[in-house]
Write a protein that binds this ligand. Structure first.
Ligand SMILES: Cc1cc2nc3c(=O)[nH]c(=O)nc-3n(C[C@H](O)[C@H](O)[C@H](O)COP(=O)(O)OP(=O)(O)OC[C@H]3O[C@@H](n4cnc5c(N)ncnc54)[C@H](O)[C@@H]3O)c2cc1C
Length: 315
């Protein structure tokens, strides 16, 4: 099939690099990268996260984001992690925020607190149901029902930059593509200026989605989310809950290396860099890396994308 050639994202890079900084790989100066982290649950996990951050910080991502879960303690952890990034790193953190199990007033208060500590970017989501992905979702009475409502609410709190989700293989609860695209449009109409996608493994899936988006007149950047999960069984479990296809060819590459974490890491980085290169060929310039709070794979992929050049440009 010949897919129409269309430019993808407008570059969002904010850190100037000189022409001599062009990477020797296919990726040029205009590539932007963001890293996603989740708030750690234990002291040991927290130490691992901050050690990963130490490795990734010199790569100067355009922004980083911290996920948010249902339940008071998870929320606290997100806030603490974002606060520490503001206090102790050069990162520009975006806080994820969801509609789940909270009143509008509660959410507005959290958003205001973020604004007050200097956070200017929110990733606004409906959120996974409290009982877990795949369970049924019921809006909180008095809460924001869907992400589009949350985006509109956030804009009344302060002039946040707002990113939202997008689903190249469709959100499992969307009745059809028209409902999916209409929902994305609602989020943009409410004030979102960037969509970050669910992970996927085939560039064709992204191109088909982008064509739907462009045909609907949507022109905000659609940033592909690249999953860096080297545990392929865990990946398959997560993907099936999210309605994401993990191709057989991808799974089979991990055959026989369950006990070989180094090879699994290298393979995961190679495959993510390969997908990034295919997306780059057709105009993608911003990549969102699901780091899983680990540095090695994200650092390797970001370096292939040319982010290590930023170290020199700034140094
Ligand atoms: C980049 C990214 C980051 C994420 N981060 C987190 C996180 O930090 N914490 C977390 O809990 N989850 C996170 N998720 C998962 C996300 O919360 C789930 O996928 C959730 O099921 C949907 O959230 P959403 O914001 O996409 O929902 P929405 O955009 O609100 O859409 C959800 C579904 O509802 C439908 N819908 C929307 N509006 C209406 C309406 N008015 N009436 C009927 N149906 C409607 C949509 O078509 C869609 O099927 C993330 C997902 C992505 C892609």
């Amino acid at each position: 099939m010949t897919l129409p050639q269309r430019d993808a994202n407008a570059p969002v890079g904010t850190i100037a690099r000189t022409s001599s900084d062009v990477t020797s790989s296919a990726f040029g100066q205009d590539v932007a990268v963001s890293f996603e982290f989740f708030p750690p649950k234990t002291k040991a996990a927290e130490e691992r996260l901050w050690s990963a951050i130490e490795t990734l910080e010199p790569l100067n991502p355009d922004f980083v984001s911290v996920t948010y879960g249902a339940g008071g303690s998870t929320r606290e952890r997100t806030h603490r992690t974002v606060q520490r990034m503001v206090d102790e790193t050069r990162f520009d953190p975006a806080a994820h925020l969801t509609c789940v199990d909270a009143t509008r007033e509660d959410i507005d208060e959290i958003a205001k607190d973020y604004w007050d500590i200097g956070v200017r970017h929110i990733v606004a989501l409906r959120g996974d149901p409290q009982d877990g992905i795949g369970e049924s979702y019921a809006p909180h009475p008095g809460g924001y029902a869907y992400a589009s409502d949350l985006v509109a609410g956030l804009k009344t709190v302060a002039d946040f930059e707002v990113s939202v989700s997008a689903y190249p293989e469709r959100h499992p609860e969307s009745a059809d593509w028209s409902a999916e695209i209409d929902n994305l449009k609602r989020k943009i109409d409410a004030g979102a200026t960037r969509a970050i996608t669910q992970f996927f493994f085939s560039p064709d899936i992204f191109w088909r989605f982008q064509d739907r988006v462009l045909d609907a007149g949507i022109d905000i950047p659609i940033v592909p989310g690249l999953m860096l999960q080297p545990n392929v069984k865990g990946l398959q479990r997560m993907a099936s809950l999210c309605g994401v296809a993990v191709p057989d060819w991808y799974v089979s590459l991990f055959d026989g290396i369950d006990d070989d974490p180094a090879t699994r890491d290298m393979l995961t980085a190679t495959l993510a860099a390969e997908l990034a290169a295919e997306l780059h060929d057709r105009g993608v310039r911003h990549y969102h890396l699901y780091t899983l709070n680990r540095a090695e794979i994200a650092s390797a992929v970001a370096r292939v994308l040319g982010m290590h050049k930023r170290v020199r440009a700034r140094g």
